[in-house]
Design a protein around this ligand. Structure first.
Ligand code: SF4
Length: 248
């Protein structure tokens, strides 16, 4: 048994429609080293929890969903942070691609092992650009932003298509200052296919009580869809403007 062919999954969502193009099976990897204040999946933080599976058994389970993927769908590795199980992740990407399945990695970019191999192998990276500011990143996630900056550099060198995402929280980062800094950061990147703002929501809060954890953003209201769309439109417009300036 090769240990890199086995890993822990918290759950499998057979037919997801928001984490990548088309209809996708979303695999939630167990383990995350970050502690984002707004995290709505705290049950995925612990490593070595959930179902222990081999790549082979996972692939055979997923094959039944493949006919629903059509031309653009596939599998998305999410979590938790899938990079926490880099050997298993890489084995999955390679096996699924060999089976003709499109692969996407939904990640914070917080990983140090096999990063070059992973970003070169995967078809799409859905990158959570939490904040362009190193100090804010530390306060928001309890980790060092330099790790995810390295990940992004490798992804750019591999020319892997990118979707950029950011969670926007009312009263925290729904500011012009964050919009401008985020636009500046995105405008420096290539191979971007999509930019998305995810409105902060509070649907994950009951999970904290269940896990006997204190919810750090208690009392912060959810962001409205309209506001999120407006923020997203302004961000995209600003990125396009800055990109045009950069090419002059
Ligand atoms: S990276 Fe994702 S799973 Fe990890 S703490 Fe942040 S929001 Fe939660």
């Amino acid at each position: 048994m090769n240990p890199s062919d086995w890993g822990y999954l918290q759950k499998i969502e057979p037919f997801g429609t928001v984490d990548g193009p088309g209809i996708r099976t979303v695999l939630f990897f167990a383990g995350c080293p970050l502690r984002c204040l707004y995290c709505h999946n705290p049950e995925t933080w612990q490593a070595q929890r959930g179902e222990y599976l081999s790549v082979e058994s996972l692939l055979s389970r997923i094959r039944r969903y493949v006919p629903y993927y059509g031309q653009v769908g596939g599998v998305t590795f999410s979590g938790g942070e899938p990079l926490m199980q880099s050997p298993f992740l890489l084995s999955c990407i390679r096996a699924f691609k060999a089976a003709g399945i499109h692969t996407a990695l939904d990640t914070s970019g917080f990983g140090k092992h096999l990063v070059e191999e992973i970003v070169s192998a995967v078809d799409l990276i859905i990158y959570d650009l939490k904040t362009p500011d190193a100090q804010v990143y530390q306060a928001l996630t309890s980790q060092n932003k330099a790790v995810t900056d390295d990940f992004l550099r490798h992804a750019q060198a591999a020319k892997t298509p990118l979707w950029i995402r950011q969670v926007v929280i009312p009263g925290r980062n729904d500011t012009l200052e964050n919009l401008e800094a985020t636009a500046q950061a995105i405008a420096r990147l290539d191979f971007i296919e999509r930019i998305e703002i995810l409105p902060y929501h509070t649907m994950g809060t009951p999970k904290y009580a269940k896990l006997s954890l204190t919810y750090p953003l208690e009392g912060v209201p959810a962001m409205g869809l309209q506001e999120a769309k407006a923020f997203e439109a302004a961000l995209i417009e600003r990125v396009e403007f800055l990109k045009k300036q950069n090419t002059r």
